[in-house]
Design a protein. Structure first.
Length: 323
């Protein structure tokens, strides 16, 4: 029998899972931001106060955030039962991945897809490949749109299921048991899709066999906004730095719920490289090392001010977006 403390913890988690599964959900949607070529930062800080039935998974699905980024942005808060009246932070200010900023860009390190559309960018949380079958780093394009796709599990996945005592058929037709969800974008990168899912919890985590998973409402919106031949670029950028006005920003993404020394060492090296690129592009750069160290240590996925460009004006667009 489980000790009392573990049984209580398990009961709390099961209650939270039930609340999330059976609560009426608001349709998920991409976060839409005005954007111009040359912009490197979108969004602004956002805080919300939870109700008793809220969970990070439910809040994330309703507001367009992945589970892990919610956890890392709110250390010390129970993701399954944050409690009534708890103030939590939504990581809604973002530094864009490296350019070119066009069509679809997916940053695996932050579990996020960016879709650039004329004067705006729409961004969605995604699930990605696990450590054994990672999503590819590639530059590809959309081959076709798929509606109500059937799934034909590759032999490797069927063998894996057999080793776990499960039998997968050669074809899984459209429906609630289909892991591709109601829509998909087939990529020219052979064997890979951007698709929906029948396992909502996997969005924002490393769970797939290499494909990109989205909430079903999100993929439905994306497929109709994406044309055949649209570019798709998949990158892995856990650290991003940018200058807006005279302020230098750093965003560090922890890719697991807890990080070890090797993880922090890698993030520190990436931060040094990103800031060195800014030093090469700008004159009068001042970096506050203590803030950089704190940003790397926390790896919260939040955009943090870590320096300034001396003698450079803030600019009205900076002040408008920072308030």
């Amino acid at each position: 029998m489980l000790p009392l403390t573990k049984r209580n913890s398990l009961s709390r988690t099961l209650v939270a899972l039930c609340l999330w599964a059976f609560a009426t959900a608001v349709s998920a949607s991409g976060q839409i931001h005005q954007w111009q070529p040359g912009d490197t930062i979108i969004g602004k800080p956002t805080w919300i106060t939870t109700a008793y039935e809220d969970t990070f998974a439910g809040i994330g699905e309703n507001r367009g955030f992945g589970f892990l980024e919610m956890v890392r942005a709110n250390p010390g808060v129970d993701p399954w039962l944050p409690g009534d009246g708890t103030r939590i932070r939504l990581p809604s200010r973002r530094l864009l991945p490296s350019g070119p900023h066009e069509d679809i860009v997916i940053n695996l390190a932050e579990f996020r897809l960016y879709h650039f559309r004329d004067d705006r960018v729409v961004t969605y949380p995604v699930g990605i490949g696990n450590s054994s079958t990672p999503s590819p780093l590639t530059r590809t394009s959309v081959r076709m749109r798929l509606e109500s796709p059937a799934w034909y599990p590759p032999e490797s996945i069927r063998e894996e299921a057999a080793e776990e005592g499960r039998k997968l058929p050669a074809e899984i037709p459209p429906g609630p048991s289909n892991p591709l969800g109601p829509f998909a974008l087939q990529l020219e990168e052979d064997g890979y899709l951007i698709h929906g899912t029948n396992k909502r919890f996997g969005v924002g985590q490393r769970v797939s066999h290499g494909c990109i998973r989205m909430f079903n409402d999100d993929i439905e919106e994306l497929v109709w906004a994406t044309s055949k031949g649209s570019g798709v670029r998949i990158v892995d950028e856990p650290v991003k730095a940018a200058v807006q006005g005279n302020t230098i920003w750093l965003q560090v993404h922890g890719q697991k719920e807890s990080l070890g020394k090797a993880d922090h060492d890698r993030l520190w090296r990436e931060a040094e490289k990103a800031l060195e690129r800014i030093r090469q592009d700008q004159t009068g750069v001042e970096i506050y090392r203590g803030r950089v160290e704190e940003a790397v240590e926390r790896a919260s996925g939040l955009a943090v001010r870590v320096g300034m460009v001396v003698g450079k004006a803030p600019g009205w667009r900076y002040w408008r977006s920072s308030r």
